[in-house]
Every structure is written in C-alpha cells, then in structure tokens.
Design a protein around this ligand. Structure first.
Ligand code: GPP
Ligand code: MG
Length: 297
C-alpha cells in the first residue's frame, strides 16, 4: 500500500494522536463534548475559588442559613458551599484508597480538570497520573498542576482509560470519580486489574441504576442524554469486579448524602437543568450514588 492512499497521512500530528486514543465514534462524541464544553460556570466558578477544578458532585449537608442571605451575597455563598461539598466528596474517595506511601503510584482514570489528582498528591505525596480522552481537559489539568507547583509529580495524559499503557502491576491505587458510565465495565476492570499491584486498591464513585426497580427510568435516561453517557445497573459493577479479581471491601450508598447538594445546586445561578432529573431519580429510588472500594487479589 502506498501512503498516498491512506487519508490519515494528510492529517496533523495532533489528529493522529487523538485517533490512536479514540477508537469508536462514541468515544469521539464523548471527547468532543468535553473538548467543546469550556464555558461551564457550574464547574469553573467553583474551581476558581481555590484552583481545584472538579467534575463530580458533592456530599454532605449544606448550611441552610445561606438560603436566607441577602441577594448581594447569597449566590456567591451558595457557589462556595457547592464547592466545599464537591471537595468533601473527593476527600471521602481518597479516604478509601488505604495506606498510600510517597513511593507509590496512583492513577486517576477519567481525570477531568484534575481536582481529585491534585488533592491525592497533596495528601499522599506520591506521583499521580491522570488520563482523559479530552485534549482540552489534559491541557487544562496540566496547567493547574503547574500552577500548584506539582507538575513534576502530577501529570495528565491524553489516553484512553481502557488502554492507558501503564505497566502491569505498577499501581498502588486507581480511582474513577464518576467516569465509569462512559465505558464497558468488563473491559475497564480487566485493564485496572492488569495495572494494579497485588493488594492494590480500586475506588469507584458512580451513579448507577437500581436493578430492584428494573429497567432504566425516564429520569436516568435524561441524565444519560444530558452527558452522552450510559449509566450501568448496580449489579454490573459487582459482576465486572468479580470477573477481574477485584474484591469489594467497602460499599457505601451515598444517595442520602448527595441529595442536599442537588437541592442547593437547584437554588444557585449555576444550575444547568439536570438538577430535577437527579433529584427525581434519587428520590424515586431508580438511581443510587455509590462508593465501592475493592482490593486486587
Ligand atoms: C461530571 O460532572 C458528570 C459526569 C461525568 C457524568 C454523569 C455522572 C453520573 C454520576 C451519572 P460535571 O461536574 O462535569 O457535571 P456538571 O457540569 O453538571 O457539574
Ligand atoms: Mg460539576
């Protein structure tokens, strides 16, 4: 075959790099969503408060006195409170990584704008790698690591978490903070199992549909549609872990702890319209917010 018959030779290096990371049209659509969704006050206004930019939700009770503040200060105070609740969620996730030492290595699978990775490095002092299929997110997160002065220890890569290229048994811990609804869980956990050291820990925070109430509810479908994702049923997480040597040590239903976050977010100027489907899905019981911590055996 001559190279002139291959259209890819006409493309730029960056497109070729992206093509090797994105394997399907679906993955390209997801990357496009995160590459182009750059004006998202619900994430930027919160992150700019302290340089921890999150792409996950919050847990814990909010200060109800905020709702009675005068108009001039109310919205700003609500935004700060939402950020506090999101950071509390990431802190809880990190609590479940176990005894991580400075010489260990961690992977943030689906690292977004990097907030949880920066918190992990600040807590454990170890190297952290994040992978994302969004070039924009990888670049943004690397800029944040530099701004925090930790770019030599916290690095973000344009890579697919289904094939992230880290060495076999090289990682002490891996987490996914609300990213598993974009991938096949059996494929994902096979890759995690390969990369984790024996006795290493995987921590997953996710929203999952409820097998007990049956098929996908309308509210869950609206969430999928909003984020271009495919929320998995709860059972699939445990089946895919069991099939890949990941043995749960803790399972926490965070649903009651996340409802206040959504109630407060609905009161804020940064609400996006997805608040009602989340509140409906959680309250009707068709959807759960779960933390699962599992050991690699
Ligand atoms: C990320 O949060 C949300 C997701 C990755 C998808 C769906 C998650 C579920 C638990 C179903 P975000 O911070 O980017 O969302 P938003 O912009 O709405 O705050
Ligand atoms: Mg958000």
């Amino acid at each position: 075959m001559t190279t002139s018959t291959n259209p890819s030779v006409l493309r730029t290096d960056s497109v070729l790099r992206t093509d090797s990371v994105l394997r399907t049209d679906y993955e390209r659509a997801v990357a496009n969503y995160w590459n182009t969704n750059r004006q998202d006050p619900v994430n930027l206004r919160l992150g700019e408060l302290d340089g921890l930019y999150h792409h996950h939700y919050g847990i814990g009770d909010y200060d109800t006195a905020l709702l009675d503040l005068p108009d001039e200060t109310r919205d700003e105070a609500i935004i700060a409170e939402l950020h506090r609740l999101e950071t509390a969620q990431a802190d809880l996730l990190l609590d479940h990584l176990g005894d991580v030492r400075p010489a260990d290595r961690l992977l943030d699978a689906g690292s977004g704008r990097g907030g949880t990775s920066l918190m992990a490095h600040a807590r454990f002092g170890c190297e952290v790698d994040g992978v994302t299929i969004s070039e924009y997110q990888a670049e943004f997160a690397n800029e944040q690591a530099a701004a925090h002065g930790v770019a030599d220890s916290v690095r973000f890569h344009l890579r697919n978490m289904l094939d992230s290229g880290f060495a076999t048994h090289s990682l002490r811990g891996i987490w996914t903070n609300e990213t598993t609804m974009y991938v096949d869980l059996f494929e994902l956990f096979a890759e995690f199992s390969r990369m984790l050291a024996y006795g290493g820990r995987y921590v997953c925070v996710t929203g999952c549909s409820n097998d007990v109430t049956g098929g996908r509810s309308k509210a869950v479908s609206r969430i999928d549609e909003h984020y271009t994702c495919n929320i998995h049923p709860r059972s699939r997480y445990f089946a895919a872990m069991a099939a890949n040597g990941l043995v749960p040590i803790n399972v926490i239903d965070l649903t009651p702890a996340t409802i206040p976050y959504w109630e407060l977010r609905a009161e804020s100027s940064v609400a996006t319209g997805i608040e009602d489907p989340f509140l409906t899905a959680y309250r009707e019981g068709s959807f759960h917010y779960l933390l699962i911590a599992a050991d690699r055996v």
